[in-house]
Design a protein around this ligand. Structure first.
Ligand code: ADP
Ligand code: MG
Length: 239
């Protein structure tokens, strides 16, 4: 699972911290959705969990492993799906999956690869087509299949549905729900309040590097969430 403890990041030369004492825990079977305007520190949070950045203070823990001290150990437990999943366009979905599980150091048996792509919702006929013909949603399904193959226990998603059409976004939401039920701990950055309400077990709103509000998904409806979000930034209450 994922835990941020007083996690803070100030980029070199910056006046204000990009992330200011973030505390959050995402347990297995939970989806924590992180909302917030551009520049509020969401991607910085994700990059700290991945060990791509060093924290100025505090810790990002993945299954108890400090991402700054042991980035490879932390990443071995994690899967990361950015807005655009980077794959080799000339290779098929199946070949990309084989390649990326191989380089991750946890090769999966060849016979398991197609079932993983199907479990991620990729149509069977697509699996043997070069990825350059894939839609954005299909690329993300390959990303999910890679996460499944690696038996990742935690999943980081950074705006995974931006640029997806409503049908693809809905399919993605169903997939996230399935991963949650299978016991993954999921941290999902999104601008989509509807998706956050649909997928999240908890919903946090970041403002200026701080977690300004946290809701249990059961305690707000879509309209309530939208109102709370707008109020936060309209009134400047977050500052
Ligand atoms: P979000 O993902 O919520 O849009 P980010 O985490 O990307 O926000 O950025 C938070 C703040 O940190 C912003 O003010 C941004 O300009 C700054 N920032 C992000 N990355 C860097 C970087 N590599 N160097 C300097 N400042 C950065
Ligand atoms: Mg971002």
């Amino acid at each position: 699972m994922l835990e941020a403890r007083d996690l803070s990041k100030r980029y070199d030369g910056a006046q204000a911290p990009a992330l200011d004492r973030l505390n959050l825990t995402v347990n297995p079977g939970e989806v924590f959705c992180l909302l917030g305007p551009n520049g509020s520190g969401k991607t910085t949070t994700v990059n700290l969990f991945l060990g791509f950045l060093d924290a100025t203070e505090g810790q990002a823990l993945v299954c108890g492993i400090d991402s700054a001290k042991d980035p490879l150990g932390a990443r071995a437990k994690l899967a990361y799906i950015p807005e655009t999943v980077m794959l080799y366009g000339a290779l098929t979905g199946l070949e990309n999956l084989a390649y990326f599980t191989e380089v991750s150091g946890a090769p999966a048996p060849p016979a398991s690869l197609l079932p993983l792509l199907l479990a991620a919702g990729l149509p069977e006929e697509a699996a043997t087509r070069p990825v350059r013909f894939y839609s954005k949603g299909m690329r993300q399904k390959v990303g999910v299949a890679i996460a499944l193959a690696r038996r990742a226990q935690a999943l980081l998603l950074d705006e995974p549905t931006s640029g997806l059409d409503p049908l693809a976004a809905n399919e993605f939401a169903a997939l996230v729900e399935k991963l949650r039920r299978d016991g993954m701990a999921i941290l999902m950055v999104t601008h989509d309040l509807f998706l956050a309400k649909q997928c999240g077990t908890r919903i946090g709103v970041m403002a200026g590097g701080r977690l300004a509000r946290v809701f249990d998904a059961g305690d707000v409806d879509h309209l309530g969430l939208e109102r709370a979000y707008l109020d936060l930034f309209r009134t400047g209450a977050a500052a």
